[in-house]
Design a protein around this ligand. Structure first.
Ligand SMILES: [Mn+2]
Length: 267
């Protein structure tokens, strides 16, 4: 079985509104390892047992574009060592170089993306690598065969046009409960979780508070319904500066446990 490699990217140079997510991996790891909870996923995988869950530590990423794009090499190295990557942001910009590495290894992949924002801007405030843009870069490079976005509640005309241009399947937040969203994928899947997909009541520690979002349980329920192997995942956009009593870090740690549990169980 392929081991899971947990790796953090201390990177927030592409954040448009406020910095802070570079400090997130430490906080998520502290929540994961704190004595207040065990390491069992709800489906019965104990991450503290066996050798399937390996902490590969954090990578400090500098502020230049070259530093940012070098995240691809770090993920590639993780893949070459035989790990399935479970990655901590950092802001959401990290997902573009991550997917570059994974698609280079496996070809275009399916992505399930939880977010308040579609992150499909062609460019944001003059920056094509902004954390508002990673899924535009991913789609135009042909790295993704199918992109499904869940929890979206900030679409403007430009991003609606971008979604149509790239055939993105969007489950808008306003339709999530009414339609009873059920995930349907027919091949290996990458899962990207921006914590601002959650309602700020559940996850106050994010840079962009967008009320009216998902609950932690909503995301876990969707994850538990997945019937395809998860080849990689990320949990991004925790901003410790905005967090309250480490609550959002614990939410991130919970999602890491559920993702890792699914990755181990399905393999
Ligand atoms: Mn977002």
């Amino acid at each position: 079985m392929q081991k899971i490699g947990l790796m953090g990217f201390c990177s927030d140079s592409q954040s448009s509104f406020m910095r802070g997510p570079a400090a997130a991996p430490n906080e998520i790891r502290a929540a994961l390892n704190s004595g207040s909870a065990n390491k069992c996923s709800e489906l019965g995988v104990d991450l503290s047992q066996g050798e399937w869950f390996v902490d590969l530590g954090d990578e400090e990423i500098g502020d230049s574009v070259a530093d940012y794009l070098s995240i691809e090499n770090k993920v590639q190295a993780c893949l070459e060592r035989g790990f399935r990557p479970l990655l901590l942001g950092g802001d959401h910009a990290v997902t573009y170089p991550i997917i570059r590495a994974i698609a280079k290894d496996r070809g275009p992949i399916n992505i399930l993306h939880f977010d308040a924002h579609p992150d499909l801007y062609d460019s944001f405030e003059g920056n094509p690598y902004s954390h508002a843009c990673p899924f535009a870069r991913i789609m135009e490079a042909g790295l993704c065969s199918r992109l499904v976005q869940v929890g979206i509640r900030t679409l403007n005309e430009h991003q609606r046009n971008q979604a149509a241009r790239f055939d993105v399947e969007i489950v808008e937040m306003k339709d999530f409960e009414r339609t009873g969203y059920e995930p349907r994928f027919d091949g290996p899947l990458y899962v990207s979780i921006d914590l601002d997909a959650l309602d700020p009541a559940f996850a106050p520690g994010v840079s962009h508070h967008e009320p009216g979002g998902l609950s932690v349980r909503d995301i876990i329920t969707v994850l538990h319904k997945l019937e395809v192997p998860i080849i990689g995942a990320d949990v991004v956009e925790l901003n410790p500066v905005r967090d309250i009593n480490g609550m959002t870090a614990m939410v991130a740690a919970k999602l890491v446990k559920e993702l890792a549990g699914l990755m181990i169980k399905a393999s």
